[in-house]
Design a binder for this molecule. Structure first.
Ligand SMILES: [Zn+2]
Length: 420
C-alpha cells in the first residue's frame, strides 16, 4: 500500500510525506498520487511514540487498587488477582492496551507479562508494534526455574512464527528479588545466542537495594556486571535508586534506561531518575508508562509531561530536561533502546507516524510545537496513527473500538469477581 500525506507540518515546514509499504520513501518529493491520500492541512506529523515499559494486560486492573503502599499494593491486591488471570483475560487486556496506545499515539511498546503468545495475537490483530516478553522468575527455586525456562523458550519460538516484523520476541526476567543469579545468567546467554532484547526491573525502591546489599555485600549493578548480564541489549525500567558508580557501570555497558515517572510518583518510591547524571554518563534514556494499575493510563504525552516536570522539581532547576530532550526520549531514545528503525520521520525509516490535530485549544497558539507536545497536549490530540505503513486510526476513531471496550470491560468485571 502507498500513502501520501499532503501539506503536513513537519519540523517547522509544510511538506508531503510519501509512504510505500511499511517505509517512509520520500519527503517533500514530486509524488502526487498514492492509493491513500491524507490531507495534512492543520496537522503536524511526528514520529509514533515508543513506550519502553509496560505490562499491557494490566489495563484490566486500571483503578482496581489505588492509594496503597507499594508492598500492600503488590502483595495484597495485585498478586492475588494476577493469580486468577486466564489467557482470555490477557488477550482482551492486551487488545484494550493496544487500542489505548493507538488512540494516544504510541506505535511501539516494550511489554513484560504472562502468556506472551496470547499478547502477540492481540498485537498482531491490532496492527501495532510490540517487543514482547514472557515474564520470567524462579523465586530461587530450581524446579520453578526449569518450568520458567521452558515457557520462555516455547514463547520465543511461538513469537518467531510471526513474520511481519511487528512482533519482536524479547526476554523478561522480572527483577533481582524474584530471579536467581543462575536464572539471570541463563537469560543473558539465551539472549546472546538468539539476539534478543532483555527487559528487566532495576533499583525501583530503596528497600530492594538495601536488602540486596545486605545479602550479597555488593550493589545490584556491580553484581549484574559480574554475572555478565549487562549489555547494549538490556532495557532496565525504573533505575531511580542508582548512585554514580552504578550509573558509570550501566553506561560502560550501554544499558538502556526506561524512565517511568508516573508509576514512581504514584507508588512513592522515594526518589527520581538521576537524569542529569545519566545524561552526563552518556546513557540512552527512554520513557515508559508501566502497567495500568500503577499509572493508570498508557498516554505517553502525559508521561512526557510528568517526566519533565518531575525532573525540574527534583533538581530544583527548571532548565533540566527541556522539551526537546523529553520528546527525544519518547521517540529516538525508545527506538534506540528497542533496536527498531524508527523514532524519527526520515526517508528509509519505518512508517510509524502520527498526525496531530493542531486545531485544538492546547495547540493554540503554536509558538513552539515541541513545547506544546510535551507541556500542553495529551493523547486525545492524536488524529491519525500510522504503524508499519498501515493507517490504524483516522479522524480520532479506530474501527471496532466500542466493541473492544465493551468486551474488555466485561472480562475485567469477571476477573475481579473471581478474585473475591
Ligand atoms: Zn513494571
Amino acid at each position: 500500500m502507498s500513502i501520501l500525506i499532503r501539506d503536513v507540518l513537519l519540523k517547522d515546514k509544510t511538506t508531503n510525506i510519501y509512504i510505500e509499504d511499511n517505509m517512509i520513501s520520500e519527503i517533500g518529493g514530486p509524488k502526487v498520487e498514492a492509493e491513500h491520500v491524507l490531507d495534512g492541512k492543520g496537522k503536524a506529523a511526528i514520529p509514533g511514540l515508543i513506550n519502553t515499559h509496560t505490562h499491557a494486560a494490566m489495563t484490566l486492573l486500571r483503578s482496581y487498587a489505588d492509594d496503597y503502599t507499594l508492598q500492600e499494593w503488590l502483595t495484597n491486591n495485585i498478586w492475588p488477582i494476577e493469580a486468577k488471570l486466564t489467557k482470555d483475560d490477557i488477550y482482551w487486556g492486551t487488545t484494550l492496551a493496544c487500542l489505548e496506545m493507538i488512540k494516544t499515539g504510541t506505535t511501539c511498546f516494550n511489554d513484560m507479562y504472562f502468556h506472551g503468545e496470547v499478547a502477540a495475537k492481540a498485537v498482531d490483530e491490532m496492527g501495532i508494534r510490540g517487543v514482547l516478553s514472557e515474564v520470567f522468575f524462579d523465586l530461587f527455586d530450581e524446579t520453578k526455574g526449569e518450568k520458567g525456562r521452558k515457557k520462555v523458550e516455547s514463547g520465543v519460538a511461538a513469537l518467531r512464527e510471526y513474520k511481519n516484523g511487528r512482533i519482536i520476541p524479547a526476554l523478561g526476567p522480572h527483577a533481582l528479588y524474584t530471579v536467581s543469579g543462575e536464572g539471570l545468567s541463563w537469560v543473558a546467554e539465551f539472549a546472546e545466542k538468539n539476539d534478543l532484547i532483555i527487559h528487566f526491573h532495576l533499583a525501583e525502591t530503596e528497600k530492594e537495594n538495601e536488602d540486596f546489599l545486605e545479602q550479597h555485600k555488593k550493589r545490584p549493578a556491580a553484581y549484574l556486571d559480574e554475572l555478565g548480564f549487562l549489555g547494549a541489549n538490556l532495557v532496565v525500567a525504573h533505575c531511580v535508586w542508582l548512585n554514580k558508580i552504578d550509573i558509570a557501570t550501566l553506561a560502560s555497558k550501554d544499558v538502556k534506561i526506561s524512565h517511568n515517572p508516573q508509576s514512581n510518583m504514584k507508588l512513592a518510591v522515594g526518589n527520581m531518575l538521576h537524569y542529569s547524571d545519566l545524561k552526563e554518563a552518556g546513557c540512552t534514556m527512554s520513557l515508559g508508562t508501566d502497567g495500568c494499575a500503577s499509572n493508570n493510563n498508557l498516554d505517553m504525552f502525559e508521561t512526557m509531561k510528568f517526566a519533565a516536570l518531575g525532573q525540574k522539581l527534583f533538581s530544583d532547576d527548571p532548565t533540566v530536561m527541556p522539551a526537546h530532550e523529553t520528546f527525544g526520549m519518547a521517540t529516538v531514545g525508545g527506538a534506540r533502546a528497542l533496536g527498531i528503525n524508527a523514532g524519527d520521520i526520515k526517508e528509509g525509516l519505518l512508517a510509524d507516524i502520527l498526525l496531530l490535530d493542531l486545531k485544538k485549544p492546547c495547540f493554540t497558539p503554536n509558538h513552539n510545537l515541541t513545547a506544546n507536545i510535551v507541556y500542553s497536549a495529551n493523547g486525545s490530540c492524536v488524529d491519525t496513527t500510522i504503524c508499519d505503513g498501515q493507517i490504524l486510526m483516522e479522524g480520532g476513531v479506530m474501527e471496532g473500538e466500542e466493541a473492544i471496550m465493551e468486551k474488555a470491560g466485561s472480562v475485567a468485571g469477571d476477573l475481579v469477581y473471581r478474585g473475591q
